[in-house]
Design a protein around this ligand. Structure first.
Ligand SMILES: NC(=O)c1ccc[n+]([C@@H]2O[C@H](COP(=O)([O-])OP(=O)(O)OC[C@H]3O[C@@H](n4cnc5c(N)ncnc54)[C@H](OP(=O)(O)O)[C@@H]3O)[C@@H](O)[C@H]2O)c1
Length: 238
């Protein structure tokens, strides 16, 4: 991982879960890491627990704020966009309102904003990594919106990889990963995740650090672009 020594890495959505784990691994690999998210409390907690990383408050939809961040960092080597950035409604397509369905796409628009503001500041050999998800290519009932957004993210990665080369653009597609995303289950979270893991070939849900190590590969492998790396315990093949 010596390739990340003295590189500047920006993580949008980097105070929790997959984004935070990627920020920590990039820092451990020698990078200067700048991580942002919306909530002041999360930024403060992440800052206290990770003194080597620069955390700040920023919404992925704040175009002026993104521009200011990229300019402040100056030489940007790698951008990781991991912000959820949307409200998703997990209901069958016919039971969702058009507004609910469209709202899920705010994750995609957030990624587009990050790319549009970030590219002018990226170094020639820089990279962008976006996070899609297993539903993009394996969609169960109630997952239509999440699946379409994931497909859009993976399509964007292929389109931008062709247009922006030699800047590299990749996606990482997590399966079910134990993060704050499942905090909505409250005290049932562990039991719910254990149960979900039973149907996965590897017999468990994943960890944020396992997704982060795939993200680090997209940062450091200079011949990888336009790809989607699956980190899902075999969910796609089950
Ligand atoms: N966990 C899974 O099973 C799973 C599976 C497939 C895909 N994914 C994808 O992986 C990515 C990371 O999710 P996670 O599981 O790591 O969830 P997480 O632990 O909830 O982390 C999400 C991060 O994004 C930030 N964020 C959310 N909305 C934002 C916004 N509008 N602007 C800036 N930051 C924002 C959050 O902080 P603030 O709330 O402070 O903004 C937090 O730092 C997401 O794109 C998610 O869709 C996750």
């Amino acid at each position: 991982m010596a390739q990340l020594a003295n590189k500047n890495v920006i993580v949008i959505g980097g105070t929790s879960g997959i984004g935070l784990a990627a920020a920590q691994q990039a820092q451990a690999a020698g990078a200067q890491v700048f991580a942002v998210s919306r909530t002041a409390e999360k930024v403060t907690a992440a800052r206290e627990n990770n003194p080597g990383i620069t955390f700040d408050t920023l919404d992925t939809h704040d175009v002026d704020g993104l521009q200011a961040l990229f300019q402040r960092v100056g030489k940007v080597d790698h951008i990781i966009a991991a912000a959820t950035g949307s409200t998703r409604t997990l209901k069958p397509f016919m039971e969702q309102t058009e507004d609910q369905f469209m709202a899920a796409f705010n994750k995609f628009w957030g990624y587009c904003r990050v790319a549009r503001q970030g590219v002018p500041n990226l170094t020639k050999n820089g990279s962008i990594t976006l996070i899609s998800g297993v539903p993009a290519r394996k969609c169960g009932p109630g997952m239509a919106a999440v699946s379409c957004v994931g497909s859009a993210v993976e399509g964007l990665v292929r389109a931008l990889a062709a247009e922006l080369a030699p800047i590299r653009v990749n996606a990482v597609a997590p399966g079910i990963i134990d993060t704050a995303m499942f905090d909505r289950f409250g005290e049932n979270k562990t039991a719910m995740l254990d149960n979900m893991g039973k149907n996965i070939p590897l017999g468990r849900v994943g960890r944020a650090d396992e997704v982060a190590s795939a993200i680090l590969l997209t940062l450091t492998n200079d011949y990888m672009t336009g790809t989607t790396l699956d980190v899902d315990g075999g969910q796609l093949v089950s």
